[in-house]
Design a protein. Structure first.
Lengths: 293, 258
């Protein structure tokens, strides 16, 4: 259940791509505004209608706690000061873990990719292990991390790093290696040093791919922070621990509230990196666009 | 005056001192392909020498060797200058840089001071008539304009030897002829020596003081034609009878030797 939540962030944001495309043929002014926001708003309304239908028509009152109606979720989760404070505290903790983990992954990932690009033997030595971070069941290692490093923020950050380092390494390396041969020739002809080549040629050329990697990694960082948290089950609670706790106490309103919050976090992070990508490479690279919100 | 087959290139008199000398140069790649075999010619200072040949005959290899990007497997190459310009078929502009910053690239890599870089870039853009586009990114320009930027970028270093690797091969006919005229204009005003690789016989004859015809792989110089027409050359030269006769001769050797 919580895994689905993690993914819903990026998915919802991606769904707006085609809408942007439609708006190009729509007339200007209010018609355009409607063409842009109308379809996703209609889907949201339909979704809420089904939700209410399930809560009130399908479930009898004794079992309504399984799918609490939307307004109850909002009232209990976000308008009850105690619940809100608990949720916000957890959200803040998970957000911090996600961002610190992402920042560490970016630094390590970029350095690894640059090193791999510089020497084939480094690539041969390290790449298999970068792939390994994608194939080992990281969540299954959570108890082990708990043994070794305790159930504090260090272990949680470590989980995030293992979750999101691979897309950064792989995409950066791909970008660095995609530099045209003729461009390299130009730099060779004019006696550029390796450092100059890296800063003025390889790194800028790799930026579009780097941002692709960052966007994937950012989504994974949020998922890693929340899902990893669920598995820790102890220590200061993040969103994941809260969800687990609400589940055991049958507090379904807060549970859904927590899921909504984590989805919002995912969307915000995804949007943030899309925005950064457009700012940095949008002026010269076509693929930098992405969802336009 | 016109070529004989399998000439010793040194028998063609050139009035000026050689700037570039290929003496019996061969090039074999690691995979065993022989790109050049006994390439032997000179380019005198101030000449505009074109090289035509079937595709895959090692024309590009010739330029890579002349520029120092590639080494030779046999023979000797002598270049009397280190001010070499090199223009590829692809304009090879850096898409993240503006036109101005692209044109400044070479002086930047050579460590020239900022003020000097700007001055040279502005002068070079002026020469190719693109001053007003200096703030644009390459993707906003047409193919012909990108090629002009690429030319301007090389002009900033005031090259003595200019190497061209089918620079206009990807352009449409009209743009190509216009750029031919513009490049000749630059040749007359900037006084560089040119080694111009192309697969178009018309282009080669129109531009050059001499045309070298190469054989198919492994590349050798089959013929060496002096082009007697005065500069500046009018676009109407392309319809001149003597021009057509010379172009026909070059084509004939190209086909016969292909």
């Amino acid at each position: 259940m919580s895994i689905d939540t993690g993914f819903s962030g990026p998915d919802e944001a991606t769904a707006q791509g085609p809408v942007t495309a439609t708006s190009r043929v729509a007339p200007s002014g209010r018609g355009r505004w409607l063409a842009f926001w109308g379809p996703p708003a209609a889907v949201l309304l339909a979704f809420l209608a089904i939700w209410y239908g399930v809560s009130y028509l399908l479930l009898d009152p004794r079992r309504r706690f399984l799918v609490p109606p939307p307004h109850e979720v909002i009232k209990v989760s976000f308008f009850d000061p105690f619940n809100l404070k608990e949720l916000m505290g957890a959200l803040w903790l998970s957000t911090r873990v996600a961002f610190i983990g992402l920042a560490i992954s970016i630094v390590i990932g970029l350095v690894m990719a640059v090193a791999m690009n510089r020497a084939k033997w480094i690539e041969r030595s390290l790449y298999p292990y970068a792939v390994l971070t994608q194939t080992i069941p990281i969540l299954a290692m959570v108890p082990l991390f708990g043994f070794w490093f305790g159930f504090g923020n260090f272990s949680r950050t470590l989980v995030v790093v293992l979750f999101c380092i691979f897309p950064i390494v792989a995409n950066t390396l791909f970008g660095l290696q995609s530099v045209q041969r003729e461009h390299h020739d130009l730099f060779t002809l004019h006696g550029a040093s390796r450092m100059t080549r890296l800063w003025k040629l390889e790194f800028p050329a790799a930026l579009p791919s780097v941002f692709t990697g960052l966007r994937i990694a950012a989504g994974l960082a949020v998922i890693g922070a929340i899902v990893g948290d669920t598995f820790f089950k102890q220590g200061e609670p993040g969103i994941g621990i809260l969800i687990d706790r609400y589940q055991s106490r049958l507090q379904s309103e807060q549970m859904v509230g927590a899921i909504i919050l984590s989805s919002l976090l995912g969307i915000v992070v995804f949007w943030l990196f899309g925005f950064l990508a457009r700012r940095v490479v949008g002026g010269w690279h076509e693929s930098a666009g992405g969802p336009d919100t | 005056m016109a070529g004989s087959s399998a000439v010793d290139a040194s028998s063609i008199p050139t009035q000026t001192a050689p700037l570039l000398t290929f003496a019996d140069v061969s090039k074999r790649f690691r995979d065993g392909t022989v790109a050049l075999d006994g390439a032997d010619f000179r380019v005198g200072s101030g000449e505009f020498v074109s090289v035509v040949g079937p595709s895959g005959c090692g024309k590009s290899t010739l330029l890579r060797i002349a520029s120092g990007l590639s080494d030779v497997s046999g023979g000797k190459v002598q270049v009397e200058t280190d001010k070499i310009g090199y223009v590829f078929q692809d304009p090879t502009l850096l898409p993240w840089r503006t036109v101005q910053a692209n044109v400044e690239l070479f002086s930047e890599l050579r460590g020239l001071p900022k003020e000097e870089r700007r001055r040279r870039a502005e002068a070079a853009l002026e020469l190719v008539g693109l001053s007003e586009f200096s703030g644009h990114r390459p993707r906003a320009l047409s193919g012909g304009m990108r090629m002009r930027v690429s030319l301007a970028r090389s002009l900033t270093l005031e090259p003595e030897l200019f190497l061209f690797d089918e620079p206009f091969g990807a352009l449409d006919e009209i743009t190509r002829e216009r750029l031919n005229d513009e490049l000749l204009q630059l040749y007359l005003t900037q006084r560089f020596t040119a080694l111009f690789v192309t697969h178009s016989v018309m282009e080669a004859v129109f531009m050059s003081t001499r045309v070298l015809v190469m054989s198919g792989r492994p590349g050798r110089v089959l013929g060496d034609y002096a082009v007697p027409f005065e500069y500046p050359r009018s676009p109407r030269l392309r319809f001149d009878e003597q021009f057509a006769r010379l172009a026909g001769k070059v084509s004939g050797l190209l086909r016969g030797g292909g």
